[in-house]
Design a protein around this ligand. Structure first.
Ligand code: SF4
Ligand code: SF4
Length: 262
């Protein structure tokens, strides 16, 4: 990312189909927000303020996935107004939990859930932002990690690459001295194929990772699935494990598909 000499860069935060948890992570940076506000003009962040400064913007943070025809049009407008566009969270980077629709008949859901299905204008799939426009950086997590978010904003301000790595949660366990729940207790854990960033929260609480940060770089999901089968996990549970927050991320989607007997 290039530096912006001579003026205060502007930040815009956008919401698509999502639960707002990643935007809340930004709000939760209470201690750092005043410092951020001194270095970057928060020009549009409607979850925090109704005051909106018109674009274009230097940095856009985009939360949420594309699930409606209106979304698909709006994200193109956001891209046109944004010098750099960073997607934040599982919804924006893989389609989110709402991408479970991609594996079933959406019309059936609509007819069951809504009293007036004719009011619903939706796409058959939930897809990540990168399927629709160019994305400069993707920040994973459900929700994202505040330290990684601050690093991405700092990287933008200082014209460097974010210090976000593509290795697995296992490395975070090792660094923190956490006993491996899979080796020690036979607890199924998605840590070996999940991108680091959370600080190995779940193994530190003696439970397996369920993959909320999505697939790491080059994950060997087939080898992990085979290990889980050795631990007695059946095909239905394997499908459920890979089809959660990042169900539509290619490595998880393909591994779940390999065990889906329906
Ligand atoms: S607990 Fe899970 S994430 Fe941690 S080392 Fe073991 S397999 Fe890897
Ligand atoms: S250990 Fe896994 S499921 Fe738990 S917070 Fe970290 S990435 Fe998410």
């Amino acid at each position: 990312m290039n530096e912006l000499p001579g003026r205060c860069p502007t930040l815009a935060v956008w919401k698509f189909a999502s639960c707002d948890g990643c935007q809340l992570t930004l709000l939760n940076c209470e201690d750092e927000l005043t410092e951020i506000a001194g270095a970057i003009e928060i020009a549009s962040f409607t979850e925090a303020s109704r005051a909106v400064v018109d674009g274009p913007y230097d940095l856009s943070l985009v939360e949420g996935s594309i699930t409606t025809p209106g979304d698909a049009e709006r994200i193109r407008q956001v891209r046109e107004q944004s010098r750099f566009l960073v997607t934040i969270g599982a919804c924006a980077t893989s389609g989110g939990i709402q991408a479970l629709r991609n594996f079933r008949d959406v019309d059936e859901f609509i007819s069951i859930v809504y009293a007036r299905p004719d009011y619903i204008d939706t796409l058959r799939t939930s897809t990540p932002i990168a399927d629709h426009v160019r994305v400069d950086f993707e920040l994973r997590g459900c929700p994202i990690d505040r330290r990684q978010l601050l690093d991405v904003i700092s990287a933008f301000l200082h014209g460097r690459k974010p210090r976000v790595r593509g290795h697995s949660v296992c490395l975070e366990c090792k660094r923190a001295g956490i006993t491996c729940v899979m080796v020690a207790h036979g607890t199924p854990c998605l840590g070996p194929v999940t991108q680091a960033g959370c600080g190995a929260i779940c193994p530190s609480c003696d439970r397996g990772c369920y993959g909320c940060f999505g697939p790491m770089e080059s994950p060997n999901t087939a080898a992990l699935a085979a290990r889980w089968q050795d631990l007695g996990v059946g095909p239905d549970d394997l499908v459920r494990a890979f089809r959660t927050f990042n169900a539509n991320a290619a490595p998880f989607r393909e591994e779940a598909g390999a065990h889906d007997e329906r």
